[in-house]
Design a protein around this ligand. Structure first.
Ligand code: B3K
Ligand code: ZN
Length: 878
């Protein structure tokens, strides 16, 4: 396979204006008839027209009603080329036969639990019919669906239902018309036995929109939270961005077999059931929060992605970075902004180190593996956030308004978005565009200096972007760094002016005190000097994580403890604790490697204790602040990653904290138990989060008192958040672990989403030799290699276990290697996601390197390997 590069973009020679599709859905095969109105880009010139097509059986092809002769087209396994089509507008009619029942790739048209559904992004439409499968081909669609009425009573596609009726032979049909032009990746079709939860939303200009969430009948009671989320998202987009929904109907369908989280098809979003179905008994707070965020995300795509779409797939960040940013903001406004920011930055850090992202239970269950769909979009969202940091909310909104004014109905580029932000604000963005082209996380070093005589405080920055494959020399980036200065009582000092490159910028002109300012770093080395600083301050740098960089400062441990205790920027308060913990963990890792006894710094214990017992703090903030950085994050800071050492150190600190703070943790558990019905709101979730992190710590201890506590929490739990947290804590107790795991399965064996949690928990276990247990679970009646969620839980979960996946005998790597080969034959997308667990193999010691390399080579030498797996495996090896 050949790589395609951005600079190779070529406008299409032919545009498609309208597309009329007819589906005849059958049990053996399905017939797809398409009728396309084609316009050459330049009238009077004829070029070959190359259509994409994969796994299709061509039945017939006509131009302007006349069947095409054999010599006028060429067919290979991936293309249908019309050698010299007319040089003015013409009609192209193609009939293909496809086999959705045999389609286990879950791309194109396939069956999930007896129902038909589609997934076309990025290149699935070519598995439905021959087409120019690229996002800059935007057309108006109609879609007629015919199927057996009793097997498929519900027939859905994009847009408005304009006709329906019965046909002979027990069949029926519907016809859908989508008034908006769209790229084919947004096409969708669903047919099956489904029922809907119905509601309505009235837009602010008075349009009545019917909302329907479709599932099998028995799941309907679990769709209330999804409907609540959808209505909240519709309202939020009106309030914050002035964006209204543009059709009279909005459908969401939940399917159990889906490669990713969800898909934003125009007016017919298709979701992985995991991100729709929730009840207090079966879903955790993290599930509820993920549903809110992803329902919002897919809905927000209606404007950022659908109305304005991507010119080509190199512009993916145009829609994904922006839409992830929008869903993050939505969730912030619905809950706690600080806690959401902390969660998003933690995820960003985990995903920068993907194969060991799920390195502890707290982390893993906070971010269900399914949102791996977004991992490479988190960086894009940070880039969008920087525009807002630089322009303020109003300036950002102006840029968005101009973006829609200029580009509604178009397929555009990240540069167009940049230009709209810039032009709407007459802004100087220097070389900001480098964020889109230059890979690698910039490392920014900062040194500070206070001059008591001149009352000035200086910050000296230097930046470095590490070389990445194919990009060795890097230019300095434009980095917005938000800064505040704390006085000795911990209060923000007013900032009067800053001196930079011979220019004085004054903040006092507005008459209001400024406590945080955004410094604009554009050079390799640069100094900023604050004036009128009456005492030596403690600087709070990169407030709110104002840029996706790695910051290295000269702050001392006592500075960090001071920030942890006082910073008015709560994100940086949390971050100060994390920086301390990372330093501490790294030094203990060194001790461990040198066989020194591990001793925990009492100051650190004191710092954690004061956070844990501070009743003025938000409880969810406390939960985040006392959670240690993940194994992956620490390994990422080492020259040679050592999973055993990092895991041992993390386990040691957890145990040590638990035993020294046992009384406080017990009180925290007791005071924050649930009473009354489950509520999805910030206060209740925060309370549960705090209780459950306390329980997780306590679970690392031994003794009958602890066992009894955990068993009580487990059996008295009235919701899945509490019950599963108790189970996670019990998982650390060898004496009762097996018995309670079995009990949990017996309780929940009929609920496949809960059973997936059970798989994941066991897969991630650090009990020695766990690979054997995981192999056994592959044969469990509830497991199925064809269902992506199950694969993500069991195999993905296992690859997140530092000790067992990275086991030095190579058993973990061998297990994954063999599984990838097997999985690739079923579902290449899912297989390629699993193979990415090998992607950072060069970070490890030589023994592990050669073991991982062996598996990658074995995978690459497999005959008939998919392009998806080939791409990831060969890139890893390069
Ligand atoms: N747009 C999809 C992701 C598609 C990825 C295709 N390989 C859903 C989302 O962004 O939420
Ligand atoms: Zn998206």
């Amino acid at each position: 396979p050949k790589e395609i590069f951005l600079k190779d973009y070529k406008q299409p020679d032919y545009y498609f204006d309208t597309v009329d599709l007819k589906f005849s859905l059958g049990e053996e095969s399905t017939f797809v008839a398409s009728k396309i109105a084609v316009s050459p880009r330049v009238e009077g010139q004829s070029f070959p027209l190359v259509l994409n097509g994969q796994d299709l059986k061509l039945q017939s092809i006509k131009i302007n009603g006349n069947p095409l002769k054999e010599e006028d087209f060429h067919l290979d396994s991936r293309h249908l080329t019309l050698k010299s089509p007319p040089s003015s507008k013409f009609t192209l009619e193609i009939v293909t036969e496809i086999y959705p029942q045999k389609n286990t790739s879950l791309e194109g048209l396939y069956k999930s639990s007896g129902n038909f559904c589609t997934q076309c992004e990025a290149e699935g439409f070519r598995k439905i019919t021959f087409y120019q499968d690229r996002p800059d081909i935007m057309a108006k669609y109609t879609c007629r669906i015919e199927a057996d009425k009793s097997l498929y009573p519900v027939l859905l596609s994009n847009g408005n239902l304009i006709e329906q009726g019965d046909l002979e032979g027990g069949k029926h049909f519907t016809v859908w018309e989508d008034p908006f032009k769209k790229p084919c990746y947004l096409f969708a079709l669903v047919a099956g036995q489904l029922e809907s939860r119905d509601d309505t939303f009235t837009t602010r200009s008075g349009r009545n929109v019917s909302l329907r969430i479709w599932t099998p009948a028995q799941d309907l009671p679990k769709t209330a939270h999804a409907m609540y989320s959808l209505k909240a998202a519709m309202k939020w987009d009106e309030d914050v961005f002035g964006l209204e929904y543009d059709l009279d109907l909005f459908n969401i369908v939940a399917v159990p077999d889906f490669n990713m989280g969800a898909m934003e098809n125009k007016s017919l979003n298709i979701f992985n059931s995991k991100l729709v179905l929730a009840s207090p008994e079966t879903a955790t707070d993290a599930d509820y929060a993920a549903i809110l965020g992803v329902i919002g995300h897919e809905y927000f795509h209606n404007w950022t992605g659908n109305r304005v779409t991507c010119r080509d797939w190199f512009q993916l960040s145009l829609k994904e970075g922006l839409t992830v940013f929008r869903d993050q903001e939505f969730s912030s406004d619905m809950g706690s902004r600080t806690v959401k920011r902390i969660a998003d930055v933690s995820k960003l850090r985990m995903y920068q180190y993907p194969q060991v992202s799920k390195s502890s239970f707290e982390e893993y269950f906070d971010s269900p593996s399914i949102d791996l769909i977004h991992y490479f979009h988190y960086q894009g969202a940070e880039v969008v956030r920087m525009y807002k940091t630089l322009l303020g909310s109003q300036g950002f909104r102006k840029g968005m308004d101009l973006y829609f004014k200029r580009h509604d109905g178009q397929a555009v580029t990240c540069e167009d978005f940049f230009a709209a932000m810039r032009d709407a604000n007459n802004a100087d963005f220097a070389n900001f565009l480098l964020w889109y082209s230059q890979a690698g996380t910039p490392v920014v070093k900062v040194t500070t200096n206070y001059n008591a005589e001149s009352h000035t405080f200086s910050l000296k920055f230097s930046q470095e972007v590490p070389p990445t494959p194919g990009q060795s020399a890097k230019e300095p980036m434009f980095i917005p760094v938000a800064v505040g200065l704390l006085d000795s009582s911990g209060k923000d000092m007013p900032l009067s002016s800053v001196y930079h490159e011979g220019k004085l910028e004054s903040f006092t002109s507005s008459g209001q005190n400024v406590h945080t300012t955004v410094l604009r770093i554009t050079k390799k080395e640069e100094e900023f000097v604050f004036n009128d600083i009456s005492e030596k301050p403690t600087p709070s740098i990169l407030r709110g994580f104002s840029a996706p960089i790695r910051l290295e400062s000269d702050l001392t441990d006592s500075d960090l403890l001071f920030l942890l205790a006082h910073d008015s920027d709560e994100f940086n308060r949390w971050e100060a604790g994390q920086v301390l913990a990372r330093k501490l963990m790294l030094s203990l890792v060194a001790d461990f490697q040198q066989n020194k006894a591990l001793v925990l710094n009492p100051q650190f214990v004191q710092g954690i204790k004061s956070i844990l017992t501070d009743s003025s703090l938000d409880k969810e903030f406390i939960a985040k602040a006392i959670t240690l950085p993940g194994v992956g994050e620490i390994m990422d800071m080492m020259t040679v990653a050592d999973p055993d050492a990092v895991h041992a150190v993390r386990t040691f600190i957890r145990k040590q904290l638990a035993s020294e703070l046992k009384e406080d943790l017990l009180i925290t558990t007791k005071n924050n138990r649930s009473s009354g019905a489950y509520e999805f709101d910030h206060n209740n979730m925060a309370r549960r989060a705090l209780k459950n992190i306390a329980l997780a710590y306590l679970g690392s201890l031994e003794g009958p008192e602890i066992t009894e506590l955990l068993l009580n929490e487990y059996s008295n739990a009235t919701n899945m958040t509490d019950q599963f947290s108790a189970l996670v804590a019990i998982d650390q107790q060898p004496a009762i672990r097996e018995e309670i795991l079995a009990d949990f399965y017996n309780k929940w064996q009929d609920d496949f989403l809960v059973v997936n949690k059970w798989f994941a928990l066991q897969a991630m276990s650090d009990v020695p030799g766990n690979v054997e247990n995981v192999k056994k679970l592959l044969n469990h009646t509830a497991f199925d290699l064809r269902n992506p969620n199950k694969v993500y839980s069991l195999i993905g979960g296992f690859c997140g276990s530092p000790v067992n996946f990275h086991c030095k005998d190579g058993s973990g790597y061998k297990f994954l290697g063999e599984l990838v080969v097997q999985l690739d034959k079923i579902n290449p997308q899912v297989a390629s996601r699993m193979v990415s667990a090998f992607s950072r193999w060069k970070r490890y010691d030589e023994t592990r390197q050669s073991l991982a390399k062996e598996q990658l080579e074995m995978i690459l030498s497999t005959e008939g390997l998919s392009e998806n797996v080939f791409e990831i495996a060969s890139k890893s090896l390069a």
